[in-house]
Design a protein around this ligand. Structure first.
Ligand SMILES: Nc1ncnc2c1ncn2[C@@H]1O[C@H](COP(=O)(O)OP(=O)(O)O)[C@@H](O)[C@H]1O
Ligand SMILES: [Mg+2]
Length: 483
């Protein structure tokens, strides 16, 4: 297999690149199909464009157009690729047949594939037919990559009894950069600043480039000004992005109810009942919006670490949390270009509803990727959890619960219990609380004999915390970045 170096302008994405190169240069003698999906602006087109530049191939980008228009454009593009003139295809049968004749052993990329399906719903079946052992791609060595952002559509391509199910030899999902890679991408070395920036723009590469034209905060002192001149500035594309993210989802029509659901989650009402209650609807009525948001990977469901069957919804895209918690209620002021007052009004909300929960999520991500020596062994699951305290008739929230892999017939082992504070110096009180949780869990039948108590803080720790407590500061969360 050829090794094809990743071009320098492509940041990170080593694994994605390796998978794509393997697919494109595979020595297999048969035609092969690959699917590339992922939310918008994560860099799918960027990667595929780089791939085609390196290994060559035919690249076609669909747009929102009728079947006749798409076929005409496809005909011109294919002809141009093979040397000129034009093809006038009557239907996709003809077009595909020609495609495999003209590109018999190279890479074929069809980007924005969901647009083509929208205009020609039978296209997946036609492709299946072409790839069939008796189809017209027989004997060819073409590598066909279908790419798209409409996650509902792309997911359905390979699901259940869909025609292309079982045909793809590559299924690549391009995700946002993780929080450490995002800091490197933004060129931020101060870990506290990195957390703040990530709590707004997350790991979407485009938000650093096209959406703010490369403007990154220079230091902690520049942060507020950066917020004012980018995400809260109506002249900058990032300003409207959270709204577009929702509006662009094909399955979303009545955006008001979706914003209400997201707003409820962002304000901390994140159980199904809590969301319904918050927006004044009955629980069954929000089933559909929740399903659509989950399908589009704008929200996910996270199971409670300790309560079976309980889960909370989380918003996957930080920018949406920021929009719902900060921008939506200040929208008029912001649109009129008065961000200073809006930002001043929102500081407390920003800390409590955006940064606080976001920092907890970052700590969970860190815990999940911790090496075996951190908690005694590799984590099985990491989640937030709720433990009832019957004595005080309260519920105690655990921000970072690390459990060992479940083993049949054994008590579930709790590897670590952790408390997270972004802007508070952590004290013995926090440790006391964790001890209380450990005792309660032990009574409930969990194995807590090896449980590591952990404090995660963005503001440091009091000197006299007991030595057996694991202290994790922001530097450690970013260790590979800052070291
Ligand atoms: N790996 C990367 N390295 C550098 N910039 C990237 C990377 N991935 C994405 N980008 C930036 O993000 C932008 C949007 O990516 P794009 O490929 O259009 O996203 P998608 O096709 O997933 O919607 C690119 O134009 C580029 O500026
Ligand atoms: Mg794209």
């Amino acid at each position: 297999m050829k090794s094809v170096l990743k071009p320098a302008h492509v940041f990170d994405r080593e694994r994605e690149w390796a998978g794509l190169v393997r697919f494109a240069t595979s020595p297999s003698a048969d035609v092969r199909l690959g699917i590339v999906s992922g939310r918008r602006r994560q860099g799918k087109t960027f990667l595929l464009d780089a791939l085609v530049r390196e290994v060559g191939g035919f690249f076609f980008t669909a747009t929102d157009e009728t079947e006749v228009e798409a076929l005409a454009r496809f005909g011109r593009a294919l002809a141009a690729h093979t040397g000129g003139g034009r093809y006038a295809f009557a239907d996709w049968h003809e077009a595909l047949e020609r495609l495999f004749i003209d590109v018999p052993d190279g890479l074929i990329v069809i980007d924005e594939f969901p647009y083509l399906i929208k205009a020609s719903p039978s296209l997946p079946s036609l492709i299946q037919f072409a790839l069939d052992p008796r189809g017209y791609a027989r004997g060819k060595k073409s590598r066909l990559l279908l790419c798209g952002s409409a996650l509902g559509v792309m997911g359905r391509l390979l699901a259940g009894n869909a025609p292309l199910r079982g045909r793809a030899s590559l299924e690549l999902v391009v995700r946002p950069l993780d929080y450490q890679a995002a800091a490197r991408f933004w060129g931020i070395t101060d870990p506290r600043l990195a957390v703040l920036v990530h709590s707004i723009v997350g790991g979407t590469p485009a938000y650093r480039r096209e959406f703010v034209a490369g403007d990154a905060p220079e230091s902690m002192d520049d942060f507020d000004d950066w917020v004012l001149r980018t995400v809260l500035n109506p002249q900058i594309p990032l300003f409207r992005e959270a709204r577009y993210l929702l509006a662009e989802e094909a399955d979303i029509r009545d955006t008001a109810v979706y914003h209400a659901v997201l707003g409820a989650i962002a304000s901390g009402n994140a159980t199904r009942g809590g969301i319904a209650n918050h927006i004044g609807r009955k629980s069954p009525d929000i089933g559909h919006p929740l399903a659509v948001l989950e399908d589009s990977q704008l929200i996910t469901r996270e199971a409670d670490a300790f309560r079976k069957g309980q889960s909370v919804f989380r918003i996957c895209e930080p920018l949406i949390v920021f929009y719902e918690a900060v921008m939506r209620r200040e929208w008029t002021r912001l649109e009129r270009g008065q961000p200073e007052a809006a930002w001043r009004n929102s500081r407390a909300t920003f800390l409590s509803q955006v940064v606080g929960p976001h920092f907890e999520a970052v700590c969970r991500e860190w815990a999940l990727s911790a090496e075996a020596d951190v908690f005694g062994e590799l984590p099985g699951t990491v989640a937030a959890g709720t433990v009832a305290d019957p004595h005080n008739r309260t519920q105690i929230q655990v921000d970072v619960a690390v459990l060992a892999q479940e083993e049949h017939g054994e008590r579930r082992r709790v590897l670590s219990l952790g408390e997270v504070k972004w802007d508070k110096v952590m004290t013995g009180k926090h440790v006391e609380r964790l001890r209380r949780v450990r005792d309660l869990l032990s009574v409930k039948g969990y194995d807590t004999s090896e449980t590591v108590l952990a404090c995660y803080s963005g503001a440091g720790f009091q000197a006299e915390l007991p030595g057996d407590v694991r202290l994790v500061g922001v530097e450690e969360l970013y260790a590979p970045v800052t070291s």
